[in-house]
Write a protein that binds this ligand. Sequence first.
Ligand code: CP
Ligand code: NVA
Length: 306
Amino acid sequence: MKKDLLKLLDLTREDITRILNTADQLKYEQKHGIVQDRLRGKTLAMIFEKNSTRTRVSFETGMFQLGGHALFLSGKESQIGRGEPVEDTARVLSRYCDGIMIRTFAQDEVEELARYADIPVINGLTDFCHPCQVLADLMTVREHKAVLEGLKLCYIGDGNNMANSLIVGGLKMGMEVSAACPQGYDPDPRVLEFAKSDPSFRFSLVRSPEQAAEGADAVFTDVWASMGQEEERAVRRRAFEGFQVSGALMARTNSGCMVQHCLPAHRGEEITAGVFEAHAQEIFDEAENRLHAQKAVMYLLMGGEQ
Ligand code: CP
Ligand code: NVA
């Protein structure tokens, strides 16, 4: 494993499998009341320059369950919001803490933080990717379907941070991946290049949600306007018309097809209320698995295990 978790492009299939296996083990232990003090005395600094419910609560709770401590740093209230250079923040936090989790806008800021920090840096979402979420997603699909290899993962909607991480994560784990995005809202070119780079990858990017959903085993979607794009909401609502996970779309998929959503969800936009509620169990399993997957990441990166 590398020092940091910055994006799934940096991980091998073996790394991802190791994280998922560790996450399963930690979930089992927690459900059976086994004490998990693998990070006793360690501290995680959590920098948030965007809103969060799941990421904040799951990292903070996870750190507590591992015997450590997590502290919340708001981008606005810390000196980061007053322009202190990221390379200084990295070196200061390295003197106090054992790991940094950061949620921000630019991927470059996270990469820069990791370059200057002596301690592991974990990406808790950028405009480019959401690796912790997709580790939880892969864990959830594997939990429900027993395997990942050979399954078809379908993504409907904006070619955003979630699409980018799902495409990379799914392909690395041997899944077939189809994405349906409206023209002008494609995934990041670096991700598309990766998807084309290996002849063993089975990837398609189409404009028709119906075509993408054909024979899918797990359908994913995400909001049409991500954090930071609130002003584009009306324009995006028009552009994404038809890119909705609905009952009609689900009729194209394989029987037993899962639905996953990283949350928060906008019922009536990217997903109908009916599909959401019919798959609520899987969706909230996915939310729960953020806790277990991130505990695995923190243990593997911060626990001295290499
Ligand atoms: N899925 C996710 O990252 O949720 P939060 O924005 O609530 O952290
Ligand atoms: N694409 C969404 C994901 C939220 C977890 C966003 O970036 O706002």
